[in-house]
Design a protein around this ligand. Structure first.
Ligand code: ARG
Length: 438
């Protein structure tokens, strides 16, 4: 069925019909569509635009449709242009004439804008919940499996940190992602219902009533903008892209750390897969997929920006392209957050391997120089002295703390017995602002 056709003399081409239809993908908006229509019908009744009895019949009809869909009694199928057509056709089939009055003072342009805002708002809430779960897992795993480990710059061992503190860096990233989502949610929370096609309506509708019933902060300021604004989807896609940047960086670390070369962690069997030919393999597929899906989500962001950039006001059919992009990105990010939470929750940490890498990496070299500075050696000279010590240690295959006091003194006379305590890794982390890492 179609919601138009009066002015048409020829039937729509079959290929065109399929090309134009959004029903296969916008049917996931059924709840938002029905909820929005209920609010619209209630307002039409209150304003005396339709009778109370008609409003009641529409609301009751919509309620049974929603219930039947959710309980599997009504399939989202058939030859419909979009979800809006589906719901209106089903309503009219159920309640008759009154069903045809639902669309009074409304267009599919403000209807779809409303549905997408409602969907985006709950998507933001879901993503926030997903981030919270991941943040909890990072904090718990860090606390339970804390140990010292090498921190890197240029992917070269640099200074000692703790595993807990390392994971806290990701907690900071995901907290920023959360704040961004809250902000996007706040900005998008304005109701476009009542903008109608682009220029409002001659009916005496009340946009504030519907906005309030649907828990929006206020109705949008401008009708033309209200039906054509998709900024909030771009913003959420950008928020999701940054989540994917962070998830992908974490994935990359876990992939490296779980390699035999690092051996810092092992991923649980639950989140790994094997090879069909090499029996010894245990692959970090969960992390690789997350790293791979990041590109897919960025693609949707740049796709939607490109779709929107040349559009004149107000609604244009190009905008229908927002849905598959947004839905797919959202689905991917929700499942990536869920999988990463599981990976972190079940992560095994090889504390011994981490400690050994710290020892072999001269990660206390900076502190040896700091020690000499404490004995009034200028830092630049201390840097040179420690460089020579490291060179000698490398040749002998020993750590700085393994040298005897006599050997150390051969490099510089300021070394004393207290050097060993000073450069012990646990003690280092108690000094200066490094204490903040504990
Ligand atoms: N399927 C359309 C979309 O997703 C719904 C709005 C249709 N409006 C119209 N004037 N054809 O954008």
């Amino acid at each position: 069925m179609k919601l138009w056709g009066g002015r048409f003399q020829k039937a729509e081409n079959r290929v065109m019909e399929e090309f134009n239809s959004s029903f296969p993908f916008d049917q996931r908006l059924y709840r938002q569509d029905i909820t929005g229509s209920m609010a619209h019908a209630r307002m039409l009744g209150r304003q005396g635009i339709i009778s109370d009895a008609e409003a009641q019949a529409i609301i009751e009809g919509l309620r049974t449709i929603l219930e039947d869909i959710e309980e599997g009694r009504l399939a989202l199928s058939g030859d419909h242009e979009d979800i809006h057509t589906f719901v209106e056709a089903e309503l009219t089939a159920r309640i008759g004439e009154a069903g045809k009055k639902l669309h009074t003072g409304r267009s599919r342009n403000d209807q779809v804008a409303l549905d997408m805002r409602l969907y985006a708002r709950s998507a933001a809430d879901e993503l926030i919940a997903g981030l919270d779960g991941l943040i909890d897992a990072l904090q718990k795993t860090g606390r339970d499996q804390d140990t010292i480990m090498p921190g890197y710059t240029h992917m070269q061992r640099a200074q000692a940190v703790t595993f807990h503190y390392y994971l806290q860096a990701y907690v900071s990233m995901f907290r920023r992602d959360r704040a961004r989502l809250e902000n996007s949610r706040e900005l998008l929370n304005e109701s476009p219902l009542g903008c109608a096609a682009l220029a409002g309506t001659t009916h005496n509708i009340d946009r504030r009533q519907t906005a309030e019933e649907l828990c929006f902060r206020k109705p949008v300021d401008n009708f033309l903008d209200g039906v054509s604004d998709r900024d909030y989807l771009v913003e959420l896609l950008s928020d999701m892209s940054l989540i994917m940047v962070h998830l992908s960086r974490l994935s990359e670390e876990l992939i490296l750390w779980s390699s035999q070369e690092f051996g810092f962690v092992s991923l649980s069997d639950e989140y790994s897969t094997g090879s069909s030919i090499m029996p010894q393999k245990k692959n970090p597929d969960a992390c690789e997929l997350i790293r791979g899906k990041a590109g897919r989500v960025f693609g949707h962001l740049s796709g939607l920006l490109t779709t929107l950039k040349g559009l004149p006001l107000a609604y244009n059919k190009d905008m229908q392209e927002d849905k598959e992009a947004f839905f797919d990105a959202y689905d991917q990010v929700v499942s990536c957050l869920q999988v990463m939470t599981g990976v972190i929750d079940t992560l095994q940490v090889n504390q011994e391997k981490m400690r050994l890498s710290v020892k072999q990496g001269f990660l206390n070299a900076t502190e040896v120089a700091d020690y000499l500075v404490g004995k009034q050696v200028p830092f630049r000279d201390a840097h040179g002295i420690v460089g020579r010590i490291v060179l000698a240690c490398e040749e002998r295959g020993s750590a700085i703390e393994d040298l005897t006091l006599e050997e150390l003194r051969a490099f510089d006379g300021h070394f004393d017995q207290d050097i060993y305590d000073y450069i012990d890794y646990r003690n280092i982390l108690q000094k200066g602002n490094k204490r903040e890492m504990l």
